[in-house]
Design a protein around this ligand. Structure first.
Ligand SMILES: [Zn+2]
Ligand SMILES: [Zn+2]
Length: 332
């Protein structure tokens, strides 16, 4: 038997337990450690029995409680190397520099070089701005993240000054590769999203397949292929286009959400469900609904119309994952 329990879904935090009878994986840790433990308790999931944490990408709504939770439970984190690097960079602002600082450093270096070597060594200096060195969060938000993370660490850990980026064990996987955790076989697939190396996953054990694809600007061929033959399919249904256009977000953010590396609209999800989805899942779970730019009723109606008569007691039962409370476990 396999079980999927969505603990939280949406732009304020994402986390889902995927379990076989022998193995339990937490997919993303996008709430604080304390809140994750609370949700697991509410959903009847024992945190002590988790075997690993698996990460889709480094956005805050997917990694917020990662370090603290992994350290507290002493379990390995499965992550791609670029995602890990981006996460570390996010949490260690002092080792990164802003673009302005970088320019100043380069100027200082070049002045030093010019002094040391009067034969114009700058001619060979072809270095370019390493975008990866520029932190992608403001210092204010970094400070609040660090403060909260520290606050949640055990006192002993705090006293020992454990770095925020310390993880008990890291298992790197390559985006697009297949691997297993315990008796759960995992196929990872890349998704189009504005993160370092974002992934979706299909989990398979005991003849049951669970496919999860959220945080994607559109559904490319590799994702369509990955989502074939799923028994449970969790798909993003982020925003209603009209609500997003007329909503409160600044234009630049609206453009980002709508872009090919943003989030999937109700329409895009419905088009996939109507035209390309194989119809074989027992459950279709709509996920990562925006609280500002969507309404559960809009997402539901749009998916219901797309699934139409294929929805019945044996197949395509529709569920909506929620931000504030865990979804009732889906067991197959
Ligand atoms: Zn997200
Ligand atoms: Zn994201």
């Amino acid at each position: 038997m396999m079980r999927m329990t969505v603990l939280a879904s949406g732009s304020k935090g994402n986390s889902t337990v995927v379990a076989s009878s022998r193995t339990r994986i937490l997919l993303d840790a996008g709430l604080s450690c304390r809140e994750l433990l609370k949700r697991m308790a509410a959903a009847g999931e024992d945190p002590a029995r988790l075997d690993a944490i698996l990460i889709t990408h480094e956005h805050q709504d997917h990694v917020h409680g990662l370090g603290v939770l992994a350290r507290r439970l002493r379990i390995p984190v499965f992550i791609t190397e670029p995602t890990h690097r981006a996460w570390v960079r996010m949490l260690t602002p002092r080792t990164t520099i802003t673009y302005t600082q970088w320019l100043e450093q380069r100027k200082a270096e070049q002045a030093g070089k010019a002094e040391a070597d009067s034969s114009a060594s700058l001619r060979n200096d072809k270095s370019v701005v390493d975008e990866t060195l520029i932190p992608d969060l403001t210092e204010a938000s970094l400070e609040s993240i660090s403060a909260e993370a520290e606050e949640e660490d055990a006192p002993a850990e705090k006293a020992a000054k454990t770095p925020l980026t310390h993880l008990p064990a890291i298992e790197f996987f390559r985006a697009g590769s297949n691997f297993s955790i315990g008796d759960i076989a995992i196929s990872s697939f890349t998704i189009p999203h504005d993160a370092a190396d974002p992934c979706g996953f299909v989990f398979e054990a005991e003849g049951i397949r669970i496919g999860i694809a959220t945080d994607l600007g559109y559904i490319p061929t590799n994702v369509k292929q990955a989502l074939r033959r799923c028994d449970v399919m969790m798909l993003e249904s982020n925003h209603d286009l009209e609500m997003l256009r007329d909503g409160p977000y600044p234009w630049a953010v609206k453009q980002r959400v709508m872009s090919r590396v943003g989030h999937l609209s109700n329409n895009a999800a419905a088009n996939f469900l109507a035209d390309e989805y194989d119809g074989g899942a027992a459950y279709v779970v709509l996920a990562h609904l925006s609280e500002s730019n969507n309404l559960p009723a809009l997402a539901r109606v749009s998916a219901e119309q797309a699934l139409a008569e294929r929805m019945n007691l044996l197949g395509n039962q529709l569920r909506l994952a929620e931000q504030s409370v865990p979804l009732e476990a889906i067991c197959l």
